[in-house]
Design a protein around this ligand. Structure first.
Ligand code: IVH
Length: 667
């Protein structure tokens, strides 16, 4: 067979298997067979770039090219729905609709999915664009990320009667199981957790790196078809037709005519939804006939032909016994409500978050109060109110936020503009010390095998380690006779610690646990400073001149190195042989093609990120400049270069180069 035909056959076959697996839930071949075909296609495409297809099934694995999202105007604005919270409001809407139409009508009842909305445009059966809701008028073009979602067809099967051009809207969701797994991983890496699957889905969709999006296993349900030539007058019928074109449409959809039937649907799914694989937060009611929808029209914000009934977040009433306080790695204090155990959404709740001092004050909490606990979309339950009627004349003690650290007794402080209180004793407060050590050894930092939170706790209790530098003084001799510590595990730990001496500079900076210095900032610092001493000596102006380092981060770095204990620690780690110097760069791909040239970057790029272009300029001997002047040699311009810049460049007679020509220049 000709290569081109083989490629096309594989593409068609993989699109079909993909649909069977992700939309129909009925695979016809094994995972292994699927993977083999995918690999064959990947190899062929790589060897034959002339047969490139932007909708090939191989596009689903994503790419790690950075992209800034382009803003795109919606052809039809993306409106929201009016919300109701009671049967009475639903009855009002039904009555208003009945009077306005003055004829019989059907209401399509469906789930309100709690994810992030998306608008997909198909032309000639191909997905051409996926845009987020944005402000309703325009949104972000996230097509590359959406292509990684397996239940969204890239190419519609041939022989189906879909319109040549249409838009279909729906909700992108992270299934509960994927969400829970992701949060478990984040917890292990000590990263902040996603509060609910909705935030996780929208956060994922906005990631710059589509190969990470691909790994997050998002799903999608589509619920609204738009276009000039739709097959039927009924919304329900159109969606059933779209299911035939390969789209994933929820099976939970029913047409009803009376209010009684509508309420029965609502009440049934209020409990049944708990067994669904994705989050839902209500029921959407839509007048089914498109002709009737047009008659009813829109208000400024939402259609008159539809309404959302929102489920009550599940609530329970229980007694507040006491408030305890947890101290985190950064010293942040979290107040926790200790409650009489109570059943809520299938689990027993004993503790709930109280967030911060302002929330406690706002609730006017007293010990012994009967409080409302809610588990909305969030996993951690929260206190939302107090039943003040239930208070007896013997009011319990008012809850006042602590003023000293429950672990070390230091006086707490509050940073300007922040809601949380902090324990400032970061070198001697036990949970802060242990937290810092746990962060230091974690996978993305020094990645020390064999050590985990429990061992750290054990070593700390025994007085073996007080800070991260102590780790490098440990020998297997220290572990003799310790609980649950065989010879083998002791050796593993020592070997893991020894290996961490090779961890590169940027990760060592991250491992130090300087406030606000995450992985990205650490990388930036390692690029800007040759070694830790240069970083230590940098002043505020120098720090904020580095891209992406703002005043808050700069101040935090200065505070860190302003502390003698931290400097002593760094000295000991240096003596232990850690990498406190940037590795010598590989200079083989450096040239002097841009020597003596000063270049200004402007606009949004297709092929590389701005940072990558800045790096390229430096690699080839050029200089980056932030603003245009007579010294500028040329402007490297992407799309949407600012009009003021453009005008200035023209005035100064400076050449404007697009990215293709720029890359040609360097190749
Ligand atoms: S129809 C003109 N159907 O709820 C309105 N929306 O507040 C068209 N949503 O932005 C939307 N499930 O993100 C519709 N079955 C469903 C829905 C649904 C969830 C979301 C959607 C929309 C928001 C409205």
């Amino acid at each position: 067979m000709e290569i081109k035909e083989r490629i096309e056959a594989l593409r068609a076959e993989l699109h079909r298997h993909n649909y069977n697996y992700y939309v129909k839930n009925a695979p016809e071949i094994s995972d292994k067979e699927f993977d083999d075909k995918m690999r064959e296609l990947q190899d062929l495409e790589q060897a034959h770039p002339e047969f490139y297809d932007e909708n090939s099934p191989t596009m689903r694995v994503g790419s790690d090219l950075n992209k800034n999202f382009k803003q795109v105007a919606h052809q039809y604005p993306m409106l929201s729905l009016g919300n109701t919270y009671s049967e009475a409001e639903v009855a009002d809407w039904y009555e208003r609709t009945r009077r306005a139409l003055n004829e019989e009508f059907e209401v399509c009842c469906e789930m309100k999915f709690d994810g992030t909305s998306i608008s997909l445009t198909y032309e000639d059966g191909k997905l051409v664009r996926a845009v987020t809701r944005g402000d309703g008028e325009k949104g972000d073009d996230v097509t590359d990320n959406v292509k990684t979602i397996r239940s969204i067809p890239l190419v519609l099967p041939s022989g189906r009667d879909y319109p040549p051009s249409f838009e279909i809207r729906g909700e992108i969701l992270m299934p509960w199981t994927v969400f829970e797994e992701l949060n478990r991983e984040k917890e292990a890496r000590e990263e902040p957790l996603f509060a609910n699957p909705r935030n996780a889905a929208s956060g994922t969709l906005k990631l710059q790196n589509s190969s990470i999006v691909a790994s997050r296993k998002l799903d999608a349900y589509l619920y609204y078809l738009l276009g000039a030539e739709l097959p039927h007058d009924g919304h329900y019928e159109n969606l059933q037709e779209a299911a035939q074109w390969g789209f994933k449409i929820s099976k939970i959809m029913q047409k009803h005519q009376t209010l009684e039937e509508i309420f029965a649907f609502i009440n049934h799914w209020d409990t049944e939804r708990k067994s669904l694989p994705v989050a839902t937060d209500g029921i959407v009611l839509k007048v089914n006939s498109l002709r009737q929808q047009r008659n009813l029209g829109f208000t400024a914000k939402s259609p008159r032909w539809a309404i959302a009934y929102k489920f009550q977040a599940e609530q329970a009433l229980t007694r507040l016994n006491k408030v305890t306080y947890q101290v985190g790695r950064t010293g942040a204090i979290t107040p926790v409500a200790n409650l009489d155990p109570v059943q809520l959404s299938g689990t027993v709740v004993k503790r709930a978050s109280l967030h911060n001092a302002d929330i406690i004050e706002g609730l006017d909490l007293h010990i012994g109060d009967m409080v409302y606990v809610e588990k909305g979309g969030e996993i951690i339950p929260k206190i939302t109110g107090v039943d003040k009627e239930a208070r007896s004349f013997m009011l319990g003690e008012k809850v006042r936020f602590i003023t000293t650290c429950p672990e070390c007794g230091s006086k707490l402080i509050r940073y300007e503009g922040e809601a949380a209180y902090y324990c400032p004793n970061d070198t001697a407060c036990p949970p802060q010390i242990k937290g810092k050590i746990e962060h230091f050894i974690s996978r993305r930092a020094m990645n020390i095998d064999g050590l985990g939170p429990e061992t750290v706790d054990q070593f700390y209790q025994l007085g073996l380690i007080h800070n991260v530098a102590d780790l490098y003084d440990l020998t297997t001799y220290n572990f003799v006779g310790l609980d649950r510590m065989g010879e083998k595990s002791a050796e593993n730990i020592i070997a893991g610690i020894a290996q961490s001496r090779e961890v590169p500079f940027e990760r060592v900076i991250f491992a130090l646990g300087i406030r606000f210095v995450g992985e990205t900032v650490a990388k930036k610092l390692a690029k800007s400073f040759v070694d830790i001493d240069e970083l230590r000596q940098a002043d505020f102006t120098r720090l904020v001149s580095i891209g992406e380092i703002g005043e808050k981060i700069a101040q935090s770095i200065l505070t860190y190195f302003g502390n003698a204990a931290n400097n002593e620690l760094v000295e000991r780690l240096k003596a232990a042989g850690l990498q406190f110097r940037r590795a010598d760069e590989d200079l083989s791909d450096h040239t002097d093609k841009l020597a003596g040239q000063t270049i200004v970057i402007s606009g949004v790029f297709r092929l590389h990120s701005r940072d990558e272009y800045k790096e390229l300029i430096e690699k080839h001997g050029g200089k980056n400049a932030g603003s245009l002047s007579a010294k500028t040699s040329f402007v490297l311009a992407g799309e949407n270069m600012g009009p003021a810049k453009l005008e200035k460049a023209q005035k100064l007679g400076i050449r404007i180069m697009n990215e293709d020509n720029f890359l040609k220049l360097l190749s």
